[in-house]
Write a protein that binds this ligand. Structure first.
Ligand code: PMV
Length: 323
């Protein structure tokens, strides 16, 4: 049992966002946020969330502000954060005050919920002085957002789906390999919040996609290949499984009822462009997409200059995951 006695007036932490190379898409237990299969990510360097958490005795209900904007009491983001925080509320009078600053667009498929729940969990750990290790923190953050379980580490993280029904072995760990030549370019197609949340879209997919379990098998296969590619630092192998994971995840959505389409025409243009850079120009780059239209381009630093030239018209952020 975790103690719920406030030990500090406030706590502040930063957590990096992460992008899945091999995707998580589907829950085997919705309440505990247990995924149907393991996933693998690479962090977004110094892009993420800085969160400050207070227990405020004068508040009647939880308060959340994001980038200086206070959310109204019916805002779904506040309701979700409040649900996550509820088991940790001390019995004393008051409520949580959460102040977050995101250095990435919020809820546009850019993993802001991952970094937000990881940073919030780090703050809880401090506020109550739990002294939990990264595994335990990963399990708590997972309850807020599955991908948050992977947001405690710089570099690669592997979120193990585990077998235990209570989720005790379902957490992320860092992968020791540092492939310091890898970089991200996040191509910003839209910074609008997504039309349908990943939670809802995942459930529709699991319930209605006729080949949902074929996707789970494919994801397990892609994960093995992804881990092998990282071990060998084999960019071609990594590209093929990263793109396979993104394509097959979106394929399950396209075949759901109702179909879920996160891509826009611009997304598809960028996918074709990146693949032509790799296949026609021999550049080490590949793409991945999540629950939104933005395209994340993973590339080898040896081709950075030429990619910057080729993509100079494209709005986006150049990121070193190891910063
Ligand atoms: O953790 P959630 O509920 O935000 O879902 C994340 C889903 C994807 O970003 C599409 C895939 C992933 O593994 O991060």
């Amino acid at each position: 049992m975790l103690n719920l006695e406030i030990k500090r007036p406030s706590a502040t932490h930063f957590a990096p966002a992460n992008i899945a190379l091999i995707k998580y898409w589907g829950k085997k237990d919705e309440k505990l946020n247990l995924p149907t299969h393991s996933s693998l990510s690479l962090s977004l360097g110094n892009l993420g969330t800085r969160c400050t958490l207070f227990w405020d005795e004068d508040l009647l209900s939880d308060f959340l502000s994001i980038n200086g904007r206070s959310l109204t009491s019916s805002d779904p983001m506040l309701l979700r954060a409040s649900k996550f925080l509820k088991p940790f509320a001390p019995i004393s009078k008051g409520a949580f005050r959460v102040v977050t600053e995101n250095s990435i667009p919020t809820h546009a498929g850019l993993a802001s919920s991952a970094s937000s729940y990881a940073a919030l969990t780090l703050c809880l750990n401090d506020l109550f002085d739990w002294k939990l290790d990264a595994k335990e923190l990963s399990k708590i953050a997972r309850l807020g957002s599955g991908s948050a379980s992977r947001s405690f580490y710089k570099g690669f993280a592997l979120w193990n789906a585990g077998n235990a029904a209570n989720g005790s072995d379902c957490y992320a760990t860092p992968i020791k390999v540092k492939w310091s030549e890898l970089r991200w370019f996040v191509a910003l197609v839209s910074e609008e919040p997504k039309a349908i949340s990943s939670r809802e879209a995942m459930n529709i997919t699991k319930q209605t996609c006729p080949w949902f379990y074929a996707w789970v098998d494919q994801a397990k296969h892609d994960l093995q290949k992804g881990l092998e590619a990282i071990e060998k630092k084999d960019f071609n192998l990594l590209s093929s499984c990263v793109e396979s994971s993104s394509f097959s995840m979106h394929a399950t959505m396209l075949c759901s009822t109702p179909p879920i389409i996160y891509w826009s025409p611009k997304t598809l243009d960028l996918i074709h462009l990146v693949r032509s850079f790799r296949f026609d120009k021999g550049l080490d780059c590949c793409f991945t997409t999540d629950a939104g239209p933005n395209v994340k381009i993973l590339y080898h630093v040896r081709h950075e200059e030429i990619l910057k030239e080729l993509l100079h018209d494209q709005k986006g952020i150049w990121i070193n995951p190891w910063n």
